[in-house]
Design a protein around this ligand. Structure first.
Ligand code: ADP
Length: 390
């Protein structure tokens, strides 16, 4: 390689921003396609093309300018990506076919099941009759999910008794899948990666704490048994084997109360639960993604130290210009690292930023007050409580 290469990214949100930050030291410049002028990635990317994620002209311009193309959002258009891959002879990763599978929760669950990967019991639901038939089999409660377009729990409706069924079906119009309601012990995830020549790697198991179906904190290593962690690694390997295309994948898992691992869903991109890798692992998930989609060797995935990341979610009750205070507490804390995403407006629960607290290997359990990860999580929660949106 003699000259700077260009990676075209569909989407210029926080994931695009952190991808661009990670790409620069590798000699890779990023151009993003995003509909919002001054999107989060724009200040750190080489350039932004302003256009919708599925805008034909925008995607063509991106492909024409790039040596490699990837996407950081599932709203990218697989048909268009497959078309430009041919026309501009530019590799698009992960494979647009993988994106197509993942975009539809029913197709995704079927593909996982057909590959022998454990998933919650599920059924396609088109009407009340089909829903009732599924409930007959699973029993209440169940989780009804829109097949397409859900994120951060939007598009998911739990149903606890028959009186809620019709409203739930109305809420997920356009095709749905119903799943048994998993009685999970904890939610965990593996950030896996597929590189060139069949090389794969996985970061250590993370534990994800959700509230209102939105990720609040990730604790690494997950506070579970070695047996469960090993099982999660095996399942993640099987998931990677069935996916086609290079890149980082966020593999969301349930650990059931019986210690079983089930796959909840897959993201064909860096994942919120992998943000801790920027400071907590030998290679960040963003650098790893750039390495993978540009055909470079993968980096080591070992943990540097126990690490907790916490999301900074918008407060208040309306959309307004972003303004906050209290982040000095994070900046003052040794081992804490702050990432604002450069979003100009805040609204309730919007992902505005995150921070990471990396533990000290040596201090492990020295205080006798709980484990290192417990203490890091307490610290992260205290620091997060300092941050308020005006
Ligand atoms: P999204 O794509 O919107 O993030 P998910 O399918 O990951 O949606 O669901 C969001 C959250 O909802 C999960 O993290 C989990 O807490 C809960 N959830 C999803 N599916 C189930 C299920 N089958 N049983 C119990 N809880 C579930």
């Amino acid at each position: 390689m003699t000259d700077t290469e260009t990676l075209g990214v569909v989407g210029g949100g926080q994931l695009g921003r952190m991808l661009a930050e990670a790409a620069a030291p590798l000699g890779v410049e990023v151009v993003v396609l995003d509909p919002t002028p001054e999107c989060p990635a724009s200040p750190v990317a080489r350039d932004q093309i302003v256009g919708e994620f599925d805008d034909e002209e925008g995607v063509r311009e991106l492909a024409a300018r790039a040596d490699y193309v990837t996407y950081e959002i599932e709203l990218a258009d697989p048909d268009l990506l497959a078309a430009v891959e041919d026309e501009y002879d530019v590799p698009v990763n992960p494979d647009p076919e993988t994106l197509r599978t993942i975009q539809d929760k029913l197709v995704q669950n079927e593909a996982l099941r057909d590959a022998g990967v454990p998933v919650p019991e599920f059924r396609r639901v088109g009407d009340r009759e089909e829903l009732d038939a599924a409930v007959e089999q699973f029993g209440y409660p169940v989780m009804l999910k829109a097949r397409e377009g859900g994120y951060d729990g939007r598009g998911n409706v739990p149903i606890t008794d028959p009186s809620e069924a019709d409203d739930a079906l109305d809420a997920v119009s356009g095709g749905a899948v119903v799943e048994e309601f998993v009685d999970f012990e904890r939610e965990v995830s593996v950030i896996g990666v597929k590189g060139a020549d069949g090389e794969t790697a996985a970061f250590p198991l993370g534990e994800n704490v959700h509230r209102e179906e939105i990720l609040r904190e990730t604790v690494v290593p997950a506070r579970t048994s070695e047996t469960v962690a090993e099982r999660a690694r095996e399942v993640a390997e099987d998931v990677l084997a069935m996916l086609s295309g290079r890149g980082v994948y966020g593999i969301e898992l349930f650990e059931t109360s019986e210690g079983e691992i089930l796959v909840n869903e897959i993201a064909p991109r860096p994942h919120n639960s992998g943000h801790y890798t920027i400071e907590g692992a030998l290679t960040s998930q963003f650098e790893q993604h750039v390495r993978a989609v540009t055909g470079r060797p993968l980096g080591a995935t070992d943990l540097r130290s126990p690490t907790v990341s916490a999301n900074l979610l918008g407060g208040g009750d309306e959309r307004r210009p972003a303004d906050w205070s209290g982040d000095d507490a994070i900046l003052r804390h040794p081992g804490a690292s702050l990432h604002w995403y450069g979003k100009h407006e805040v609204y309730p629960l919007r992902k505005m930023g995150h921070f990471t607290v990396v533990g000290d290997r040596e201090e492990n359990d020295a205080s006798g007050e709980g484990t290192t990860t417990d203490r890091l999580l307490d610290t992260a929660r205290d620091l997060r409580d300092e941050v308020t949106f005006e």
